[in-house]
Ligand binder design. Structure first.
Ligand SMILES: [Ca+2]
Length: 391
């Protein structure tokens, strides 16, 4: 389910050392190249040989990588699929069961329970389904594949370090198709950096220990920039008319300023008076409406799917007592193929839409909003059949 490795845009921008560009070719030679690189990095030859001995190309990993249709769903559909009353009830139960752990996470990293419960729920249904792909094979297969080897190749060497520490098995460690491991699905590099022994048994066991997984996830979010004791998302109501081009993550204003434009919290008070905040309209100006505080953007470091992040952030607000969101009546959007066609048209106009994948991510939203402005349409970043026809 998780998309994290797709998505680390900084990694895409970083210059690559010559070796890391290696991909493709006969799989056996590819694995030999990995072994040579590991030895060149200073790992003992015998360890390296043992670590890679079972490495296998796994076609099902590539199949999973090419098929991510669920992310084509709009926010309302996606959130209904991921958020059931049962899942909310389980979240409340887990919050009570692990209240000591969550208290330590809150005081140590400033991350509230709801956010971690959201990732725990969405990634593995609270640990119940963690994926049964062999992790080493998944990583080696995706590093061999030339789509984005630079994201996966370093994870192999991180896994090798975990192996040397006794916390990774080339044959027995399993997880998601994209190499994430454990209850909140972390990549080996993230585990090396952020692994915490939450239950004090001397090991970081992200698959079997909820305290270990939750504390590691909390430390990682903190490291990614989560600000302690700040809100992340709040549902709002909108005036009938406003300058829609001011909506979206590109524009930030204080809640007080938004209020002067007719924006109101849907319930209760503003969660902050002064933080810079953005209006998020996942399905345009007639659909659900939220105010995103700075912490919201931190969540994109975990997963860059716009709809996933918004749904996780919203789920976390529900666990913190927020009511069911008002879906309102969004304008009809585009199907996946229609969106792909729109993205291709936008690309032809020179926009970077982050790939014509039929998924309405942040880059596609920004391109849509700009084009809407150019055409004199309400610039709410929600592509409709009318917009497609106009292009
Ligand atoms: Ca432990």
């Amino acid at each position: 389910m998780t998309l994290r490795p797709l998505l680390t845009s900084l990694a895409l921008l970083a210059p690559l050392p010559a070796l890391a560009q290696t991909c493709g070719g006969p799989f056996g030679s590819f694995v030999q190249g990995l072994q040579q690189e590991a030895i060149a990095k200073g790992h003992a030859a015998a360890q390296v040989k043992a670590f890679f001995a079972s490495a296998n190309y796994t076609q099902s990993v590539i199949d999973a990588d090419r098929k991510q249709g669920v992310f084509q769903l709009d926010f309302t559909s996606f959130s209904r699929r991921l958020i059931s009353q049962n899942r909310l009830d389980n979240g409340a139960r887990k919050a009570r069961q692990y209240s000591d752990t969550f208290a330590r996470i809150q005081s140590g990293y400033g991350v509230p329970p709801g956010i971690l419960l959201a990732f725990w729920a969405f990634e593995t249904d609270y640990g119940g389904f963690q994926g049964d792909f062999n992790t080493l094979n998944a990583l080696v297969t995706l590093a061999h594949d030339c789509r984005r080897p630079e994201l996966f190749r370093p994870q192999i060497f991180a896994a090798l370090k975990l192996y040397e520490q006794g916390d990774f098995s080339p044959t027995a460690t399993t997880g998601a198709w994209a190499g994430e491991i454990g209850m909140v699905q972390m990549l080996p590099g993230d585990i090396l950096e952020n692994g915490v022994d939450g239950d004090g048994d001397g090991h970081v066991r992200l698959k079997t220990s909820a305290p270990d997984a939750l504390m590691s996830g909390g430390k990682m979010l903190r490291g990614l920039g989560w600000a302690a004791n700040q809100p992340w998302l709040q549902e709002i109501t909108l005036p009938a008319e406003m300058d829609w081009s001011q909506t979206g993550l590109r524009t930030t204003q204080t809640p007080a300023k938004w209020q002067s434009l007719g924006v109101q919290p849907r319930s209760g008070q503003w969660q902050s008076a002064n933080l810079p905040a953005s209006i998020i309209l996942p399905q345009g100006r007639h659909g659900p409406a939220f105010l995103a505080y700075p912490n919201f953007s931190t969540l994109f470091e975990w997963n860059q799917s716009f709809t996933y992040v918004l749904t996780a952030a919203y789920f976390a607000t529900r666990l913190s007592g927020a009511p069911l969101f008002d879906p309102r009546t969004p304008d009809t959007g585009l199907t996946g193929p229609q969106l792909k066609s729109l993205q291709q048209k936008l690309q032809a106009k020179g926009f970077d839409v982050g790939g014509a994948d039929g998924i309405l991510g942040e880059k596609s939203r920004e391109a849509v909003q700009t084009v809407q402005q150019q055409l004199g349409l309400p610039a709410d970043a929600w592509p409709t059949p009318e917009l497609l026809n106009r292009l």
